[in-house]
Design a binder for this molecule. Sequence first.
Ligand code: PGA
Length: 243
Amino acid sequence: MEIRIFDNYEELSQRTADEVINLVKEKPDAVVCLASGNTPLGTCEWLVKKVKDEKINISKCNFIGLDEWADVPKENSGSCSYFFHHNLFEPLKISHEKIFLFDALSKDLNEECKKMDNIIAEKNGIDLMIVGIGMNGHIGFNEPGVNFNLLSHVIDLHETTITVGQKYFAGTIQLSKGITLGLQHLMNSRKVILIANGKSKSEVIKQTVKEPVTNSFPASIMQKHPNGFVFVDKDAAELISNK
Ligand code: PGA
């Protein structure tokens, strides 16, 4: 695992977007898994800008969504699906055949998990995964206590996730379960970048990179990834940098 510290959020976002651009230049039909949330918003914005400015052909790239709130319709502006469509797929006119997201309204969420695992296997795995980190150390909805060996699964959301998750929604919403790629997907991914910014993330970043690897703090698994990167701004790096 390698840590890169950037001056600010803009630089962090630009460099993360560059990772996608460089991959697509090298491998046009790459499989990229992206997280939604406040942290990856800047990455999406820069990605849209760079693809347009540099006239990159991104039409063959496959996009996998990391997770989704169970029972939340995709039209809800707090859903992960809404985030991806609004901030990335629509601006870049990505064809629906290249988009793979969990259907959170499916009557059989376990079947959705199997479908996603099959898609990833058929596409020969994920080339690049870009993930955020929650205040409880979750990645996607891999909540504290999760089994590191799982592929896609449905999970009871942790209290912190339910409380913090309200920020994405227009009004108060009842959240109880999530559907998510598993940490085995993360370990199988050819490259993983965990991104975080702001002082509020400094403690979880410290736990991610400095504390022992444990499933009670899922993001600590990053230490085990042979091609894992933690991209942070100076504020999020406050407790891990020597300056
Ligand atoms: P955030 O979410 O980027 O909105 O802080 C991170 C997460 O919970 O994974």
